[in-house]
Design a protein around this ligand. Structure first.
Ligand code: ADP
Ligand code: MG
Length: 503
């Protein structure tokens, strides 16, 4: 899609404006142990149960790098088609916070482990756009201050202290709240495929700092041509937004606010803001002038991180088929539409379910059943596909019964409901309930005759209203409890009514 077409314009008093968005996503590395200590990362443990002396910032403790976290960062970098930096450096980012016992956070500043990459973002309408990645670096998470445990005291829980995070920084390449939400969704999908972050936003495993600015039409294109940020408006950064819905809401609110500021004769200050999700507004937290001077310097306790070619090659070889490749394969191998393929690869588990169900079956029909009846039932019950009472094998079997004319598509809907409720095999349900499709033309013919004989007035009307034939089909289906083969019913009606049907 062209850049100009992508930008969503907002009408102001002085004419149209456009939005520019860049995201910094903090993704918790999927690892049993922390970045520089052996303490556990289990979610939901008793406060301060998972804290080693390193995480508590005890004097004289030495951090030791967790190789697995490094591997996870490299794996993520490869999934982002990014430059892997064979030498990177851990720095101390110094600031005081009650839940930061070391008095600094170990992060990567000038030399991150992963450099430039890209993410292909699938938009709801079926189109795709590319969002460029600036960098990915490893850093420690901080602890958590608990203000709601006691009216007079604040408690500190250090379970998260030292947990490994990947900060994934995008270029300012998103042009609407929809694109930002779609980017987050794709990124989460990618991390889950890679197994490098569980993506559970409500457990804090993934959160985003959302940078928003506004500009006049044409300015963004100049920025892309020249690479100079001077063509863009001043950005505000909305910290720690923890759901896709809130990211979209915060962007919409913030863009409107900036337009009002500028059109009111003011200037946008570069500042950090917070999104209040109850009120649906962003509020200033600190301005650039008050911004911390972190006094970054290389952590003297840690050597520069040097990666061997073998190490990177081994990780590369272990990467599973990722969503973009899988989507392309679903289109070419199974003949699915791009849209259906996109739906099925959106979660790794759904894609696996589909492939198991489609083995030797009508793949398009399987895709339709998953996207239709199965998704509807799972959504209604708030279940993931892993918890589906209908197994992939059972769904495939049911589609097989439709293909070989054992049951009609109509009856299959009822069979599916029973399968979903009981977990029983489709063939068993069809036999026990006597749902086998009637293809025997003698039996269908008798029902057709009965319906014709009982409705002479309708038959007379057919000459003027040929569409009434559908009504006759419906009546015959009712008489056969839906078990008649609809094609056979149609054929027989046409044969018997012949020239009494108008054109
Ligand atoms: P900082 O740590 O100061 O926030 P970073 O370079 O880590 O700086 O992140 C800056 C983020 O802001 C990036 O995601 C970048 O794409 C985005 N960004 C930079 N300039 C703009 C702008 N004018 N409008 C919107 N987003 C921007
Ligand atoms: Mg930032």
């Amino acid at each position: 899609m062209s850049e100009a077409k992508r930008a969503k314009t907002i009408e102001g008093m002085t004419g149209p404006w456009e939005i520019v968005i860049g995201l910094e996503v903090h993704a918790q590395v999927q690892s049993e142990a922390k970045l520089f200590s052996g303490a556990s990362t289990t979610f939901g443990a008793e406060p301060n149960a998972n804290v080693s002396l390193v995480d508590a910032g005890m004097p004289g403790m030495l951090p030791v790098i967790n190789d697995f976290c490094v591997e996870q960062a490299v794996r993520t970098g490869l999934g982002l088609n990014a430059q892997i930096n064979k030498v990177s450096v851990f720095d101390r980012k110094n600031y005081f916070y009650p839940d930061l016992p070391q008095g600094y956070q170990i992060s990567q500043f000038k030399q991150p482990i992963v450099g430039e990459g890209e993410v292909i973002v699938d938009l709801p309408g079926g189109e795709s756009v590319t969002v460029r990645i600036e960098r990915l670096h490893l850093e420690q998470d901080a602890g958590k201050s608990l203000h709601d445990q006691d009216p007079n005291h604040t408690y500190v829980d250090l379970n998260r202290s030292g947990v490994a995070l990947m900060e994934i920084v995008s270029k300012p390449d998103m042009r609407s709240s929809d694109e930002a939400a779609a980017y987050l969704k794709k990124l989460r999908n990618l991390l889950r495929y890679l197994g490098t972050c569980d993506g559970n936003m409500d457990e804090g495993s993934m959160r985003a700092d959302v940078n928003v600015s506004i500009c006049k039409p044409g300015a963004y294109e100049k920025f892309r041509e020249t690479g100079s940020f001077s063509h863009l408006g001043t950005r505000c950064e909305i910290k720690n937004v923890n759901s896709m819905k809130f990211v979209a809401q915060a962007i919409e609110y913030e863009a409107r606010r900036q337009i009002d500021v500028v059109e009111g004769g003011g200037t946008v200050n570069q500042e950090t803001r917070l999104f209040d999700n109850k009120a649906g507004v962003t509020r200033a937290m600190r301005s650039k002038e008050e911004a911390h001077d972190y006094r970054y310097f290389p952590d003297p306790d840690l050597l520069p991180l040097e990666l061997e070619d073998d190490f990177i090659a081994r990780i590369k070889a272990s990467i599973p088929e990722l969503p973009d490749a899988k989507k392309a394969r679903f289109v070419s191998e199974y003949g699915l539409s791009v849209y259906d393929a996109g739906l099925l690869v959106a979660e790794r588990e759904t894609a696996a379910y589909f492939e198991e169900a489609a083995k030797g079956r009508d793949a398009k029909a399987v895709a339709n059943w998953i996207a239709g009846d199965l998704f509807a039932s799972l959504n209604r019950d708030n279940k993931s596909i892993d918890e589906s009472p209908v197994s992939a094998a059972a769904l495939g079997e049911m589609v097989g019964l439709i293909s070989d004319n054992t049951i009609s598509g109509r009856i299959a809907k009822d069979v599916f409901v029973i399968m979903y409720a009981t977990g029983e095999a489709p063939a068993k349900i069809v036999e026990e309930k006597g749902l086998r499709q009637v293809t025997d033309t003698g039996a269908i013919g008798a029902a057709v005759d009965e319906v014709i004989d009982a409705n002479p007035a309708k038959v007379a009307e057919l000459l003027k209203k040929p569409k009434l034939l559908g009504w006759f089909v419906g009546e015959v289906m009712k008489k056969t409890q839906g078990k008649a083969n609809p094609q056979a019913v149609n054929d027989l009606l046409r044969a018997k009514l012949g020239d009494r049907i108008g054109e």
